[in-house]
Every structure is written in C-alpha cells, then in structure tokens.
Design a protein around this ligand. Structure first.
Ligand SMILES: Cc1cc2nc3c(=O)[nH]c(=O)nc-3n(C[C@H](O)[C@H](O)[C@H](O)COP(=O)(O)OP(=O)(O)OC[C@H]3O[C@@H](n4cnc5c(N)ncnc54)[C@H](O)[C@@H]3O)c2cc1C
Length: 155
C-alpha cells in the first residue's frame, strides 16, 4: 500500500514500465521486418542472382541486424534496472526514444529491400512500417522523451 499523497509518483512509475514495454513492442516489429527482409533478399532474383548477394542490400541487412541487437541489449539493461526497483525515469525515456526511432529506421530499410513489393498489402512489410510509426507517439512522443532526458540531466 502506497502512502497517501504519493499518487503522482505512482502514476509516473507506471510510465517507466509502459515505456520499457513499448520499446520491447517496437523491437518485435523491427525483428519481423528484419526476418521478412532476409527471406526476401534470399528469394528475390534480379540480374541472375538473389538480391541479397548485392553488397548494397547485404549491408542494409547487416545494419538492420546490428541496430536490432543494440536495441535488445538496451531494453534488457533498463528492464533489469526496473525489475530491481532502481529509479529509471531517464533510462526508460532513453530506451523508448532510442528503440522506437531505430525500429522506424529498420522498417524503412526493410521497405527498401522489398522494393515495390514492400508497399503492397499482400506483403507484411507495409504493416511493420505502419506499426513502427505508432510507438514514437504513444506514451509520450519522442520530443517529450527528449524533454524528460534533458530535465533528468539538469537542463
Ligand atoms: C499506439 C498509441 C497508444 C496510445 N495509448 C494511449 C493510452 O492508453 N492512454 C492515453 O491517454 N493516450 C494514449 N495515446 C495517446 C498519446 O499519449 C498521445 O497521442 C501523445 O501523447 C501525443 O499527444 P497528441 O496526439 O495530442 O499530440 P500533440 O500533443 O498534439 O503533439 C503533436 C506534435 O507536437 C509535439 N509537441 C507537443 N508538445 C510538445 C512539447 N512540449 N515540446 C516539444 N514538442 C511537443 C509532439 O511531440 C508531436 O510531434 C496513445 C497513442 C498511440 C499512438
């Protein structure tokens, strides 16, 4: 039972968890985009070879996978901090900002790898991109997360 008069702190505490969860949701969306991009890069042939053999495409996949792992590690680190009951208002804002914005970039790269197919409703990539656009808005926009981080840094 929390003390009377601490309601604001309790509400703020729920936002920390919500922001970590939204980052994890974005990670799932980005993971789905990466999986689809890899499958497509192996199956789609142009100029006599799978498009994944073109270095330009392979490097986009490599960047997507690298960003995804950085996001995953960041989420685990902040989630662990929250689980241990340590203050994490700044870290929750940072992880939400970083991962939701990175997921958007990853999905855009996925769209690029699918070419025209990415835009078609028959392929899930367009859904991943639309989903990735939601999370930088909900639970406080990216602009608001930057405000929180700056304030936590004493600005
Ligand atoms: C998937 C999803 C789930 C949601 N779930 C809930 C929910 O469960 N409960 C709930 O109450 N709401 C929910 N929302 C609403 C969400 O919290 C708001 O959409 C969000 O806070 C932005 O508010 P707004 O849409 O009114 O945009 P606005 O406040 O009008 O913002 C528009 C733009 O102006 C910028 N802006 C506004 N103020 C500032 C500022 N002070 N400094 C810098 N830039 C600023 C914003 O960053 C944004 O770019 C959800 C939204 C989404 C997308």
């Amino acid at each position: 039972m929390e003390a009377v008069g601490r309601g604001w702190n309790q509400v703020m505490g729920t936002f920390e968890l919500e922001r970590i969860i939204i980052a994890a949701q974005s990670l799932g969306t980005a993971r789905a985009a990466l999986d689809e991009a890899i499958t497509h890069a192996k199956e789609r042939h142009q100029f006599g070879q799978p498009i994944g053999r073109f270095q330009a495409v392979a490097h986009m996949v490599a960047d997507m996978a690298t960003d995804l792992e950085a996001c995953r590690a960041f989420i685990y680190s902040v989630a662990d901090r929250h689980r241990r009951g340590e203050p994490c208002a700044k870290e929750a804002a940072m992880v939400k900002l970083f991962v939701t914005e990175k997921a958007k970039e990853i999905c855009l790269q996925g769209m690029q790898i699918l070419g025209g197919y990415g835009y078609m409703l028959e392929y899930p990539m367009q859904r991943h991109l639309r989903d990735s656009l939601l999370n930088p808005v909900g639970a406080g926009t990216s602009q608001i997360q930057r405000n929180i981080i700056a304030k936590q840094l004493g600005l």
